[in-house]
Design a protein around this ligand. Structure first.
Ligand SMILES: C[S@@+](CC[C@H](N)C(=O)[O-])C[C@H]1O[C@@H](n2cnc3c(N)ncnc32)[C@H](O)[C@@H]1O
Length: 1022
């Protein structure tokens, strides 16, 4: 199927002719606009192929300045697919074309265009020469331009595509061959065991045999590609690591006639690509193929490694921009250059080597031999990219210096664990590691992996920890983490945070760190300590925030808007440190620039391409506040002076100034599909089943484990039998058995208006927080819930009488109850502090104010529209603070009314919706759906409800309106991993859901009315 989607009727085509019409009228007095309209057309077509347009594209010429073509269309690997030259209407297009060819312009695929005419030149001849005033003609010429392939390219492209798609199969095939040999080939088994030990010693003590087998697969895969596609049979002999692995492989293939006959089963996979490779000489094309192999191997075959190691190819515009920027900073801040002797450069996460090869381009030819031999360094922990990087870097050198020289600056090593004492895989590799450790690194540049932690304990895919001897995790603990005020510091476990910490320690006493990373540290709540240290440790920081965080802005799509096609936001960061005397204080300047949130990845890359230097960016200088927040625009001053509704200090008894004494996160089970269900019987049955399996695993662990076994890989992780969390694994490790306790099942609020049964026993609940003291044995209370502190999408509040789930309506819900108890349900106390009571009474001069009044006042105030707008940015970050507004009494009254409405939603009258019934009576819900205009709700085949008022959608909780929560939650669903079914239909009360809909509409309409009353009140502190 063609990727060319443009039609004569499409908007950009129309826009082109409108511009012609508007500005033309015979004079063509604004050709710039017409040119831009044509450019838009090209961009639109390019997007269909995931290609992009780069203006002023340079074409290198030997010994002369590069040519500049008006624009080039580049593919995902930066290879030009076509060129465009725009001319003025008065120009003679043919004469212009000939002139350009005389200068040396490419004749492969180039479009010469003026407003009404175009010439398309392909493979040395004119394919089109005619007017483009007819839209069909215009589209035709663009189709020819975009569908062009170099004669061999079509075969090559197809072969690359097909091969890449089959990589998982090839890898699986090779794994099977190896597994077979491990059963039947004693020589291989002996070699393999010794080799696996070596890998564990040098790369990762926890490396599993399976990972070692995969290394061999990576070797076999790349070795054959290098030998047959790159015509580089010497690689395995010349590369120090490959030579080592070859010994193991030799014993693998010994029994067979030759390596090729051993691998014969895989031949069909390679055939097409090897044939196609014979037709291309271009290293760039083959290299682009290798990049695909790199991504596809991990993402198609070994997703776990891709996740923990951050396997993703860095787009060239990012690499170019970063290397240019480093060179600029070296010049302006240090009077030095990447070419200078003594400027050691390190990429700690080299991947396919694109940072180092780009740095080499920046280095003067005369300086290159010395830099290459002595001052360029890089590390890679995975074998396949290690090979690819070695070959790419060596080839880049050969290309420039015309002499093969092995690259000795690359180490197969874990950057965070570069021990000098032990043998690191091979003698030469150990020596290289020692040499790198001693090098005075001045520049760190690269793209580290980023992912906080595994999402599911069953995946057994944790990031490695580095806690020993000044390890990077320890350094984070004593700096970033120690200086943070956050409660949950999980994000500091992300490898990109480690990379920044590690690099900051590595460039002592001065230098530049340039890393493209997750952008979470810029405004993450738990990164406050990290920001403080960055300010202290650097003189100047440049951040280009490329955005693309899909969780923060659900309107974005990872594939469209994110430069890596991922879900987390990205930024390019340059940290600059100058040498200082001990007594000199650093006064860090933080320069920040954010690209438009809705730019596509192509637009972001084009921006980086067209930005020649840091100087040409319009920086905003950030002024951090006392809490080390950098992005504080939008936060209202004065928020800090208001009364906090809760504080850690008051909770722990070291202070008294807050409204509530105690508070807690919602129930965090980490196994909601198991622990929550509409049906009590289902919860009980599933939990019994899981406990049965868990206990049998505990017994197995106690009786069968060997001294080298670890709990993580010992226990079974069948998703249909158990859902692990770190706490449950710890319990298993110490041999604690679980006992099913029926009385630990309580009714709880899973989502707004969605009551479910919850198994809330301690062993099987990851974090119960303080909830057992707020709702002992599932007893009722009254509690206000709000989003937990962090970078939340929006603010809201809702009152509940039962345990709320952690992601109840808001992210990481915090719950503030009116009463607290002892765990056995005795000793009831009011949870509003005496301090608050005293303050409110004093402030309003009113001794009759009660704790209930303060509770209701707070709830009312949290609903005030102006309060939510004025403090929007603060409320997304931290727990609410409350002003003492005029009209306490009215707030308390409205707050009480709202609370009654929300807690007692099941007691409200049903809103009179119109019912249209067809066929047989049926109250069963499978999945309800709202009409497009949202005035109707299709309940099931039997019933449609209409006349839903617009206000019903005005009342929102988190990212949905109240009614949309009901539609979303009340459906029959099956959890993908466990297969557990959750069915909201009630046998004892078949009309519950239809009634609930009417009740929730009433709640919404009434809430909107009460909030309007609140809006008339002032929120200013009096
Ligand atoms: C985001 S990629 C680098 C991409 C590279 N710049 C490119 O475009 O090809 C990160 C690379 O670092 C490697 N890596 C991850 N953790 C590492 C560690 N602790 N030490 C060395 N390399 C590591 C991964 O295997 C991966 O190849």
């Amino acid at each position: 199927m063609s990727n060319f989607k443009l039609k004569a009727t499409h908007a950009p085509v129309k826009a082109y002719y409108e511009t012609l019409e508007r500005f033309g009228r015979g004079k063509f007095d604004n050709e710039g606009n017409i040119r831009r309209a044509f450019e838009t057309l090209l961009e639109k077509c390019a997007r269909g192929y995931e290609w992009f347009l780069v203006a002023e594209y340079p074409i290198p010429r030997t010994g002369r300045n590069p040519l500049k073509v008006d624009a080039a269309v580049l593919d995902a690997f930066n290879l030009p697919r076509g060129y465009w030259e725009a001319k003025d209407e008065k120009d003679d297009l043919k004469a212009e074309m000939n002139m350009k060819f005389a200068e040396g312009y490419p004749r492969t695929n180039i479009l010469f265009q003026k407003p009404t005419h175009a010439i398309l030149f392909q493979d040395g001849r004119i394919e089109f020469d005619g007017p483009i005033t007819d839209p069909e003609k215009l589209v035709d010429v663009l189709r020819l331009f975009f569908e062009w392939r170099q004669p061999h390219q079509e075969d090559w492209d197809r072969a690359v595509r097909e091969f890449s798609e089959r990589i998982p199969e090839i890898a699986k095939g090779a794994m099977t061959l190896i597994a077979g040999e491990r059963k039947s080939n004693p020589a291989f088994v002996a070699r393999f065991t010794a080799f696996a030990e070596l890998c564990r010693e040098s790369i990762n003590p926890d490396l599993k045999d399976e990972a070692v087998e995969e290394m061999l697969v990576q070797h076999l895969l790349t070795e054959r590609i290098f030998r047959r596609i790159f015509d580089n049979p010497e690689f395995t002999r010349r590369n120090v690591i490959a030579a080592e692995i070859e010994k193991v492989i030799d014993s693998l293939t010994k029994k067979h006639f030759s390596r090729d006959s051993f691998l014969r089963d895989l031949d069909p996979f390679y055939k097409a690509i090897e044939e196609a490779a014979a037709t291309t000489e271009s290293y760039t094309e083959k290299q682009a193929f290798l990049n695909k192999v790199y991504e596809r191997f991990f993402q198609g075959f070994n997703q776990k490694q891709a996740d923990t190691h951050g396997i993703v190819y860095t787009p060239q515009p990012i690499v170019d921009f970063m290397v240019r920027s480093v060179e600029e900073v070296l010049k302006t801040e240090f009077g030095r250059s990447l070419s200078d002797k003594g400027v050691h450069i390190l990429d700690p996460f080299v991947g396919t080597g694109n940072f180092i090869t780009r740095v080499m381009k920046e280095i003067r030819t005369s300086s290159l031999p010395h830099k290459y031999k002595e001052e360029l360094h890089c590390n890679e922990v995975m074998l396949l990219p290690y090979y690819i990087a070695s070959m790419n870097i060596e080839h880049a050198y050969l290309d420039r210096v015309e002499e093969y020289e092995p690259f000795e600056g690359i180490c197969l090593a874990d950057t965070f664990d570069m021990r000098a004492q032990v043998t690191m895989f091979a003698e030469t590799n150990t020596l290289r590691i020692r040499r790198q450790r001693q090098a005075p690194i001045f520049v760190v540049v690269g793209n580290p992996p980023y992912n906080v932690s595994q999402e599911n304990e069953n995946d057994n895919n944790k990031n490695r920890r580095y806690r020993k001897d000044g390890g990077v995790d320890l350094r984070i603990a004593e700096t970033y983490s120690k200086s943070s005020n956050a409660m949950n510091k999980n994000i500091l476990n992300d490898p990109y945070v480690k990379a920044i910490r590690w690099a900051s320690d590595r460039i002592t006493p001065e230098g530049v760190v340039a890393l493209v990373t997750n952008n979470g540290f810029i405004d993450g709540l738990a990164a406050d300590g990290m920001r403080m240290h960055l300010q202290r440790e650097y003189d100047e920081i440049f951040i280009i925030d490329l955005g693309g965080n899909v969780r923060k802005n659900p309107k974005l799509s990872g594939t469209t808007h994110n430069v890596f096609g991922i879900q987390v936001g990205v930024s390019i960061n340059l940290f600059v440190r100058k040498r200082r005397n001990a007594i000199e204080q650093r006064d860090c300047k933080i320069n920040y620039f954010a690209t438009d949130e809705f730019w596509t990845r192509q637009q972001k890359c084009a921006f980086l391409e067209s930005t020649p230097s840091l100087k040409s960016i319009e920086w905003r200088t950030l002024q951090p506040n006392l809490q080390n927040n950098w992005l504080i625009e939008g936060t209202a001053s004065g928020f800090e002076a208001l009364i906090p509704i809760g504080s850690q200090e008051v909770k722990t008894g070291t202070a008294d100034a807050s409204i509530f004494r105690d508070f807690s996160r919602g129930a965090e089970t980490t196994r909601d599909a198991w622990s929550f269900n509409f049906s009590l019987g289902t919860v009980a049955a599933n939990i019994r089943k899981m406990i049965g399996f868990y206990n049998s695993e505990v017994v197995r662990w106690l009786t069968e484990r060997t001294t080298t076994d670890r709990i993580d890989s010992f226990v079974g992780s069948d998703d249909t039998k158990i859902k692990w969390c770190s706490k449950l694994k710890k319990s298993a490790e110490v041999g604690t058995k679980a006992i099913f306790q029926e009385d630990q099942i309580a009714k709880a609020m899973y989502r707004p208006f969605t009551l479910m049964y919850l198994y809330f026993e301690d062993t099987l609940t990851h974090r119960r927080g303080r909830l057992p003291w707020f709702f002992p044995s599932g007893m009722k209370n009254a509690a206000i819930t709000v989003p937990g502190p962090g970078n939340r999408q929006s603010f809201g509040g809702f009152a509940v009488e039962l345990i709320p789930a952690l992601d109840f309506a808001f992210e990481k819900t915090q719950c503030f109850p009116f009463y607290t108890y002892d765990e056995d349900g005795t000793n009831r106390r009011e949870n509003i502090t005496d301090w608050a009571l005293g303050e409110f009474r004093k402030h309003y001069g009113e001794q009759s104010i009660s704790k209930w009044d303060i509770f209701h006042y707070t709830y009312g105030l949290l609903h005030h529209p102006e309060y939510r707008t004025r403090y929007a940015a603060n409320l997304k970050r931290e727990l609410p603070r409350i002003p003492m507004a005029p009209d306490f009494k009215r707030y308390a009254e409205i707050g009480a009314a709202l609370m009654k409405l929300h807690i007692e939603y099941e007691k409200q009258a049903e809103y009179p919706l119109e019912r249209r019934e067809t066929g047989r009576l049926n109250w069963r819900v499978e999945k309800m759906a709202l009409s497009k205009d949202k005035t109707q709700l299709r309940y099931n085949e039997f019933l449609t409800l209409s006349g839903i008022p617009a206000e019903a959608y005005e009342y929102r909780l988190g990212n949905r309106s109240a009614l949309e929560w009901v539609v979303d939650q009340y459906r029959v669903s099956t959890d993908k991993r466990s297969g557990i079914v959750n069915d909201p239909n009630r046998e004892d009360d078949p009309e519950y859901i239809v009634r609930l809909i009417g009740q929730v509409v009433t709640v919404s309409v009434e809430t909107v009315r009460l909030v309007k009353e609140l809006a008339a009140l002032s929120i200013d502190q009096v």
